[in-house]
Design a protein around this ligand. Sequence first.
Ligand code: 13P
Ligand code: SF4
Length: 359
Amino acid sequence: MTQEFLAPILPATQGMTLPLPGSVARPEYAPGEREALVARIKDLLREKDAVLVAHYYTDEDLQALADATGGYVSDSLDMARFGNEHPASTLVVAGVRFMGETAKILNPEKRVLMPTLKAECSLDLGCPAEQFIPFCDQHPERTVVVYANTSAEVKARADWVVTSSIAVDLVRHLHEKGEKILWAPDRHLGRYIQQETGADMLLWPGGCIVHEAFRADALLRLKEKHPEAAVLVHPESPEAVIELADRVGSTTQIIQAAREMPHKTFIVATDNGILYKMRQAAPDKTFLEAPTMGVGATCVSCAHCPWMAMNSLRNLAEVLETGANEIHVDEAVRVKALKATQRMLDFGRSRRATGTPAD
Ligand code: 13P
Ligand code: SF4
C-alpha cells in the first residue's frame, strides 16, 4: 500500500504568525471574582435555556461548570453528539471554532454561542477550502475523509468527517470495502491510521502546533526516570513519540486507559487541560506531562493549546449576557457538511450499538 506526502503543496499556515503552545496564560481572577462569575453563569444558563458543552482542553473552571450545570465535557465527537441530543435551545460551546461550527451544522434550529470567536486551530487554518477543494478534484478516485478539525467548507467537500476516536475504525472499514482515501488535514494522525489499517492514503500536510511540539528524545529520558510509568499519546503527535506509547488514542480513549490500565503512573502526551478529567477518573494515580522541549527549555511541558486557553469564565458570562459570538454557517455549505458529519455520528452509533459499522 502506498502512502504519499504532498511535497509540492506547502502547508497553508506557512507565513502565518501562530501563537505558541502554552503562550496564552490560564485566566486569573481577583478574590471572589470566580465565585461571582460562576453564580452569574449558572443563572444565565437557566434564563437563556442554554447548556454548556466544553472540550477536555479548556480551563478546569469551565469543565467544572459544565459538569455542575447538566452540561458536558468531552472529546470533539461526543461534544457534537451531546449537543445534537440535548433539548436546550442554545448551545454554548467552549472550545475552538470548528467545534462551534460542527454544533451549528448539526443543529441549525439552535442558537450556538462561543465564549470567543478567536479560538482557531492550526489544523483548520492549515487546510483552507480554496486549496483543499481543487486538490480533491484532482483525485476523484479517492474517498475524502476529513478530521473534524476543519472548516464547514472543507467538511462540505468531504465524503466523511471523523474524529480521532473513530478514525482508525472508519478507515479500516473503507479500506476493507476497497476504497482509497484522501485524508486531511493532520499528517501525523493520517500516518498513524495508515500504519494501523494498511489503507492506501494520500495525506494533506497539516499539523497541530501543540502535539507537534512533543519531543521523543526528552520523552525517552523521562521514561528512563520513571520506568514504571505507562505512556499515553494522542495520535496527532509525531511518529517518534507515538512509537514510545503504551496506548495511543483520542482524548476520551486515553482517559479511559488511565482508569483501566494497572499502572500507577502515566506520562501523558496531549494538551495538559486533559489532566483535570484524568485525575477525576483515576484519583489514586500520578500523571506526568510529556516534555515538549529539550534540555534548557524554560518550561518542562508547554502543551496547552493557545486557542483553547482563550475560553474563560469572563467571556463565557459576557457572551451569555449579550448573545454575541453567535455561530452562523452558510445554509448551502451547512447542508453539504451535514451529510458527511451525520455519517460520522451514525457510524459511531451503529458501532456502539451492534459493533457493525453503518455504510
Ligand atoms: P479529540 O477529538 O480527541 O477531542 O481531539 C480534538 C483536538 O483538537 C485534539 O487536539
Ligand atoms: Fe487544534 Fe491542536 Fe488546539 Fe486541538 S490542540 S484545537 S488540534 S491546535
